[in-house]
Write a protein of this length. Structure first.
Ligand SMILES: O=C(O)c1ccccc1NCC(=O)[C@H](O)[C@H](O)COP(=O)(O)O
Length: 266
């Protein structure tokens, strides 16, 4: 497997991810993961929640990031996820990448054990093993970043996730990537406002790529939403859902923010 990467930031992140992955594979085999998958509850279909009235919010457990550094001390990710649930989050996104985001599979386990709403494994998934891991740790959705994958890998990982009952969130940032997502027949597509080459954020990209997304696909505006009015703007522009990290983890009362977004868009 040789992931196709398009920028130095993404290259660097994936290089670290592959090193950590190698360590885990020495301890837990793919067969072990397949055995574990037999024992976990079936994946939840997130689409009803992502398309319910008003703007749905995929609420992220995010400690740190390459663009902003440390964002929040999250000692109890399950408690944070529960606040999100109480505020009406459609799903919880859990960053599991360790080096740059200070996430972990333990965070995913803790959140999964706490909430009964859909959970996204948010990572840089480039191998079958990581898709198996996501399901074995109870994820309902898995992120596939088009810029990080060749067409063959994207198709194979997409099909594997679906075969395991999960819903891939297929992330794009350019018109060409949007066309590649459309060719997959992806049911849920995220338009990332953050350029993973430069880390620049441009929220207008969502509106510009809208015409490239197939009718009927669940449209998620990702990244850079730092105020409620920016979430409302994404809704007005046609987003079914937003994926929000920083605004929620920096706010003392994230459930209030989620309720405000719901009130403003329902
Ligand atoms: O957040 C970053 O700096 C980042 C850098 C490189 C690759 C991915 C990155 N973030 C992952 C995400 O997709 C965001 O955590 C997510 O969309 C939420 O973004 P935000 O609301 O801006 O925290």
């Amino acid at each position: 497997m040789s992931p196709t990467t398009t920028g130095t930031v993404l290259d660097g992140i994936i290089a670290g991810v592959l090193k950590d992955l190698h360590e885990r594979q020495l301890m837990v085999t793919s067969d072990n993961l397949r055995e574990a998958i037999e024992l976990v509850a079936p994946a939840i279909d997130p689409i009803p929640r992502l398309t319910s009235p008003g703007l749905s919010v995929i609420s992220e457990v995010k400690r740190s990031s390459p663009s902003k550094g440390q964002l929040a001390t999250i000692s109890d990710p399950a408690a944070l996820a529960d606040q999100y649930r109480a505020g009406g989050a459609a799903a919880i996104s859990v960053l599991t990448e360790e080096r740059r985001f200070q996430g972990s599979l333990a965070d995913l386990d803790a959140v999964r054990a706490k909430v009964e709403i859909p959970v996204l494994r948010k990572d840089f998934v480039v191998t079958d093993y990581q898709v198996l891991e996501a399901r074995a740790h109870g994820a309902d959705l898995v992120l596939l970043i088009v810029a990080a994958l060749s067409d063959d890998d994207l198709r194979r990982l997409y099909d594997l996730a679906c075969e395991l009952g999960m819903t891939p969130l297929v992330e794009v940032h350019t018109a060409e990537e949007a066309r590649r997502a459309a060719a997959l027949d992806a049911r849920v597509v995220g338009v990332n406002a953050r350029n993973l080459k430069t880390l620049d954020v441009d929220r207008s990209i969502f509106g510009r790529l809208l015409g490239e997304l197939p009718e009927g696909v669940v449209k998620v505006a990702e990244s850079g939403i730092l105020r409620v009015d920016q979430a409302v703007e994404a809704h007005d522009c046609g987003a079914d859902a937003v994926l929000v990290g920083e605004m929620l983890v920096r706010h003392g009362e994230p459930a209030q923010v989620l309720r405000e977004i719901h009130r403003a868009t329902v």
